[in-house]
Design a protein around this ligand. Structure first.
Ligand SMILES: NC(=O)C1=CN([C@@H]2O[C@H](COP(=O)(O)OP(=O)(O)OC[C@H]3O[C@@H](n4cnc5c(N)ncnc54)[C@H](OP(=O)(O)O)[C@@H]3O)[C@@H](O)[C@H]2O)[C@@H](O)CC1
Ligand SMILES: Nc1ncnc2c1ncn2[C@@H]1O[C@H](COP(=O)(O)OP(=O)(O)O)[C@@H](O)[C@H]1O
Length: 295
């Protein structure tokens, strides 16, 4: 059980900001709702040795409110220990998961690996043109190696790319210092090159829409500089997308919630030093519930 201490005035400010900028995440649950109301997220990645990455995404997605989460491992056999960690998560191989017809949103790439077999998994995921899809980590590395992977996608405005500066440098074929030297320009170049939504992660993450509008996020702290916190972000945004939160609000709100969660944890003496990525999800759940309260 997790409750967090927060200054009341700060919580009021967060509510005001969230209600004006991303009202869809502040709605209380309708009494007549059921798990299907809140969508099904499909997460693909987790090659051998990397099961933890997609597990972090999936746990975060559940805590952020989506109805069901499927994990599709890019491995021939399933990493069974995950069942005991969070038995609510449904497990499959990536190939089997891609055949399901009930997925509301996809997250692909965390721990996926960059072998040839990963390319075909990514391509078949992208063939589901009408399903909003977030590409992270190795999906971005594959895209950097083979930019035409996105060429056959009919609708790119429902694609979200979430590179850290290292991945951004691969996507734009330049150095990390060039990315960091002009982050605004970098995020715009990425959005224009791929005609997609882009989150350039790091201190004060930048979000660019496909038509080049840029928004800077100011929540978060260096506690987030820890293995797996990007996997958690992918799960949060994917969860909001699966819940049918409008895409623009899902991307902005996801980045903001992830940062505020880290700020709440730090204020509760969990980090910033030694904050673990898995600790972010309960704080996101707490915050989403506080935002949907009426007072
Ligand atoms: N538990 C698990 O299973 C986990 C699995 N994971 C999975 O591991 C796979 C590899 O992912 P990865 O991101 O660790 O490696 P990689 O793409 O080589 O990037 C590192 C490069 O980027 C740079 N860089 C990064 N951030 C930066 C910043 N803010 N600002 C500036 N530079 C920055 C960094 O630069 P450096 O500072 O080190 O020179 C370096 O060059 C991937 O599939 C992922 O999902 C992880 O999620 C962890 C938990
Ligand atoms: N100094 C920082 N201040 C604020 N946020 C940060 C900082 N460092 C990292 N983050 C955030 O943490 C996440 C790290 O993502 P990423 O580098 O992809 O991690 P991983 O691959 O280990 O999951 C991103 O959302 C990024 O914006």
């Amino acid at each position: 059980m997790n409750t967090f201490r927060t200054d009341r005035e700060l919580l009021r400010q967060w509510r005001r900001l969230a209600r004006s900028q991303f009202p869809a995440i502040c709605q209380p649950r309708p009494a007549q709702s059921h798990k299907g109301t809140f969508g099904t997220l499909g997460i693909i990645g987790g090659a051998e040795g990397m099961a933890g990455s997609v597990s972090l995404s999936a746990v975060a997605a559940l805590h952020c409110g989506c109805g069901k989460v499927w994990l599709g491992f890019h491995q021939p056999t399933l990493p069974l220990p995950l069942l005991t960690q969070q038995p609510e998560i449904m497990l499959a191989t990536a190939e089997h998961l891609l055949q399901r017809s009930d997925i509301s949103a996809w997250v692909i790439g965390c721990g996926l690996g960059t072998h040839e077999s990963a390319v075909s998994v990514l391509k078949s995921c992208l063939q589901q043109h009408n399903i909003v899809t977030l590409l992270d980590a190795d999906a971005l590395n594959l895209l950097a190696q083979q930019p035409d992977i996105l060429a056959g996608r009919k609708n790119k405005h429902n694609i979200i790319l979430t590179p850290h500066p290292g991945e951004a440098s691969r996507l734009l074929q330049c150095s990390i210092s060039e990315i960091q030297g002009n982050r605004n320009q970098a995020v715009c170049r990425l959005a224009a090159k791929y005609n997609a939504w882009v989150v350039l992660k790091g201190h004060q993450s930048l979000i660019a829409s496909p038509n080049g509008q840029v928004w800077q996020n100011n929540s978060g702290n260096p506690g987030l500089a820890t293995a797996g916190s990007g996997d958690v972000l992918a799960g949060i945004i994917g969860s909001l997308l699966a819940q049918q939160i409008p895409l623009e609000q899902a991307v902005y709100a996801g980045v903001w919630l992830h940062g505020i969660a880290a700020d709440i944890l730090a204020a509760n003496e969990i980090g910033p030093i030694g904050l673990c990525a898995g600790e972010i999800a309960p704080a996101v759940r707490w915050l989403r519930n506080r935002l949907s309260e009426t007072n």
